[in-house]
Design a protein around this ligand. Structure first.
Ligand code: 1HE
Length: 259
């Protein structure tokens, strides 16, 4: 696929995906969402982890409101569009590649839905989170009811939308919308360091981390524990395990220390 709204760069084992619609503050039109889904469904073979960022001062301004106004979609067309967003963001969350979101400025509406599909989110202090759909006479459609609702809880999500709340980076971190806050302009560098370190993990271990935990949390206790044992059984018997254990037994592996 010839990507027009994404810039793709390899940096060792890390693939950097940059949303590049600066003139629209990286807002998501239909073509961009297709590119995101296609990319994360078919990442480069040599990529072990990914960093997703937005060009310029904002991560992503959500739904492309110019396209939305222009296309005058019918209810069925908008429903279909939302389902393409769900498919595309599922490729991020469940595609198997660990994806680190590097956030700055606006992470709003569909931009927050996109960020919520990333596995780790690093925000700089300029970051703000909002779901302004209510103020635009629309509703979330890119997965927020599921992904954001599960992060901050449905009651807080209702309040966030009704009371038109904008959370800054520190509040976002309290609520789990991001996992780390760094000084202005440093979210990309920090996301890269996390991605480079995670790229050294055994691939099966990373695959289990990014695909199994969310799914198991959708299950009942009994089913979840059973599924965990199955996943663990497969991961624990992968070839990289012997090497990792050998390093530990020879006292060559990194100690786990308080930070
Ligand atoms: C856009 C969009 C957009 C900016 N669609 N063109 N999303 C929103 O409600 C957020 C709307 N945007 C904003 O609140 C602000 O633009 C920002 C806080 C993101 C950035 O502010 P700023 O001052 O840096 O930029 P700007 O001057 O407001 O915008 C620069 C340009 O980007 C301008 O175009 P220009 O031709 O006048 O230069 C804007 O029109 C354009 N732009 N945001 C299209 N979103 C699956 S359902 C999901 C539902 C939602 O996502 S609802 C939330 C929609």
């Amino acid at each position: 696929m010839d990507y027009k709204s994404l810039q793709i760069d390899m940096d060792g084992p890390v693939v950097v995906v940059t949303l590049s619609r600066l003139g629209r503050r990286n807002a998501l039109d239909e073509a961009t969402v297709e590119e995101i889904g296609h990319f994360f469904q078919n990442p480069p073979k040599e990529a072990r982890t990914a960093v997703l960022r937005g060009e310029g001062p904002h991560f992503c301004a959500g739904l492309d409101l110019e396209e939305h106004a222009r296309l005058q979609r019918t209810p069925v067309q908008f429903m279909r569009m939302c389902q393409r967003w769900h498919w595309a963001f599922d490729q991020i969350q469940f595609g198997g590649l660990p994806v680190i979101g590097a956030l700055q400025g606006a992470v709003v509406g569909g931009g927050l839905e996109l960020a919520a599909a990333c596995h780790t989110r690093v925000a700089d202090v300029s970051t703000f989170f909002a779901l302004p759909e209510g103020q635009r006479a629309i509703f979330t459609g890119g997965g927020a009811t599921v992904r954001v609702g599960r992060i901050i809880g449905p009651s807080r999500m209702v309040d966030m939308m009704l009371a038109a709340r904008t959370y800054d980076a520190a509040r976002g971190m309290d609520l789990g919308l991001c996992h780390e806050v760094v000084p202005e302009g440093q979210s990309f560098q920090r996301a890269m360091r996390i991605a480079q370190a995670a790229a050294k993990h055994a691939p099966m271990s990373n695959y289990a981390i990014v695909t199994a935990i969310s799914r198991i949390n959708d299950m009942s206790t009994t089913d979840g524990l059973f599924a965990e044992s199955l996943v663990a059984g497969i991961v624990q018997s992968s070839p990289e395990v012997a090497e990792g254990l050998e390093m530990f037994l020879q006292k060559r592996s990194k100690r786990i220390e308080p930070t």
